[in-house]
Design a protein. Structure first.
Length: 319
């Protein structure tokens, strides 16, 4: 049996967390944990969907109302919504009908009403009524690959990468929003005095000025002006990194390939490695505080820690 490929995590303030599955032969497409990753129980059975879906992202507004996004077996985008804690799901056709041959890779909310769905490298859809309705949201030259919001403020950033026909990067920059995606302002990101043209995988911000980018071959970039300019930070490890989880204060965890995990406690100025004990690619993590959290990734990897990553334990996946 091919083990599951876990793709995304969302942790609610009350302690419940949801994990999507993008591949494998498991019957489960969405899992739930109520003990910060110690045990997971199935929440969405693939057989109930009527088609093979790969799920790449999830967001729950509360324990009852939530969304998952991904693609079907034809490569068309899929967005599903639940209003009963995952017992039943309905397709959001207003988005899916416009996402032909376009996988949906992220769903994220700025607050309990305003959110965005991302079709990586292609389009955005916006809601202002907790997902009851969705409409396209865009800006000139914006090719969205990911979104990060500061909780509850409406302030956020869209990570954009423009490519040519040969898939070479023409421009990497952020588009800032102060109104949860109603309008966007290009920041014209600069590195070493020139326009940013690097392949990057994920962005995150601690506040309106301080943020971090990660990418291939140990790439870490830090900003202190809200994304307008960036400086290189030596990660010390030439692995590919793809996920950033910032905590309050100046702490963040960064995940990547080969089981790599890094931690910063000074807002991205320096990093130290965290030994996970696995060698598979890690995709997502959630932490309730600096000590308690869990991570997921390829090959069914799901681990939890209660001591800030000094030790890790295998999660139990209930059948």
């Amino acid at each position: 049996m091919i083990p599951p490929v876990f793709s995304d995590v969302q942790l609610l303030p009350g302690g419940a967390a949801f994990v999507t599955e993008a591949g494998g032969e498991s019957r489960t497409a969405l899992w739930r944990t109520d003990d910060l990753g110690r045990t997971f129980r199935p929440l969405l059975d693939r057989r109930l969907l009527g088609e093979k879906l790969r799920l790449y992202g999830t967001w729950f507004l509360d324990e009852q109302r939530g969304f998952v996004c991904g693609e079907d077996e034809d490569g068309d985008g899929a967005l599903l919504a639940t209003r009963d804690g995952g017992l039943s799901w309905e397709p959001v056709t207003a988005v899916a009908e416009q996402a032909l041959a376009t996988p949906l890779t992220q769903v994220v909310f700025a607050d309990d009403r305003r959110g965005l769905v991302v079709a990586a490298g292609d389009a955005l859809w916006r809601t202002t009524d907790a997902g009851a309705g969705w409409r396209p949201s865009t800006a000139p030259e914006m090719s969205a690959h990911g979104v990060f919001f500061l909780d509850g403020t409406g302030r956020g950033w869209v990570l954009s990468q423009n490519l040519d026909e040969g898939l070479r990067i023409l421009r990497t920059q952020h588009f800032a929003t102060l109104d949860a995606g109603a309008t966007f302002t290009p920041l014209g990101d600069v590195l070493d005095g020139e326009s940013l043209r690097l392949d990057v995988a994920a962005c995150a911000f601690w506040d309106e000025r301080t943020g971090l980018l990660c990418g291939p071959e140990g790439l870490f970039l830090r900003t202190a002006d809200g994304g307008r300019s960036w400086t290189r930070v030596d990660s010390g490890i030439p692995s590919d990194f793809n996920f950033v989880f910032p905590l309050g204060g100046s702490t963040a965890y960064v995940l990547g390939c080969e089981g790599r995990m890094m931690r910063t406690d000074d807002a991205g100025r320096t990093f130290r490695p965290i030994v996970t004990g696995v060698e598979t690619e890690l995709h997502a993590a959630a932490f309730a505080d600096e000590s308690r959290g869990f991570l997921v990734g390829e090959a069914g990897v799901a681990l939890w820690t209660g001591d800030g990553g000094k030790s890790w334990n295998r999660s139990i996946l209930a059948s």
